[in-house]
Design a binder for this molecule. Structure first.
Ligand code: SAM
Length: 217
């Protein structure tokens, strides 16, 4: 089958799995996933699987990208923050739906590669930087939506919640990488308290902050 036929088959598979938001499906259809995977994996670009992208990291499974994107309910005037640029694929999908996407990646090589792809594909509404995403991007806060694409092993970093707009939403995986890792949705209730809702089980690489492993005083 050609890549184009595989792409159409993947869209149908995502529909079958419950991705019903036409804008999300449209965004996935318009982003060439083959541009974000290494050459050796291009023929698998439209398989519903995570693939290696170098530096020990992965491009997420298309169904996970689609579910997280759908759950974020992104509007076209929104400012969105992504933690974990990786290949840049999820960022490219989000950028089709929002006004501006900010993305942070701790591996410089991955970030430079992703930025090159954004340029080649003429995606002009992404601002990305190398750094520790657990600290968020205070200069650009508040964000209408935050998506974390690596799993916090303990609690979700407070800096991220602090940078979420009052009517904002954040989706993030949490838990041990090998077992019991779930996606959570964070939002504020009427009293301004943060509420978290446990969603479905996932398997993401760990979120590694600069302060990880440092002794607390
Ligand atoms: N969204 C990516 C994509 O579409 O290809 C997939 C991301 S991959 C599953 C998770 C990424 O999070 C990795 O590239 C990893 O280097 C990055 N990461 C882990 N901890 C991070 C941190 N504290 N700050 C920024 N990026 C981090």
């Amino acid at each position: 089958m050609t890549l184009e036929a595989n792409r159409i088959r993947l869209i149908m598979e995502l529909r079958g799995k419950g991705i019903t938001d036409a804008k999300v499906l449209g965004a996935i259809e318009r982003v060439p996933r083959e541009a974000f995977v290494p050459d050796t994996f291009k023929d698998q670009a439209y398989e519903n699987m995570a693939l290696p992208i170098g530096s020990g990291q992965t491009i997420s499974q298309p169904a996970v990208v689609a579910f997280m994107t759908q759950e974020l309910q992104i509007g076209d005037r929104m400012k969105v923050l992504e933690i974990g640029t990786g290949s840049g694929y999820q960022a490219a999908v989000l950028a089709k739906l929002c006004r501006r996407l900010y993305s942070i990646e701790r591996h410089r090589d991955l970030l430079l590669d992703a930025e090159r792809k954004f340029r080649e594909l003429r995606i002009n509404n992404i601002t990305a930087k190398t750094g520790d995403g657990t600290k968020g991007w205070p200069e650009q806060a508040p964000f209408d939506r935050i998506i974390v694409t690596a799993a916090a092993t303990r609690d979700i970093p407070h800096a991220l919640l602090d940078q979420l707009a009052p009517d904002g939403l954040m989706i993030a995986p949490m838990g041990d990488t090998a077992r019991d890792q779930h996606l959570y949705r964070f939002s504020f209730n009427a009293d301004g308290q943060i509420e978290r809702e446990k969603m479905w089980p996932v398997r993401f690489v760990p979120l590694i902050g600069d302060d990880e492993g440092k002794a607390s005083s």
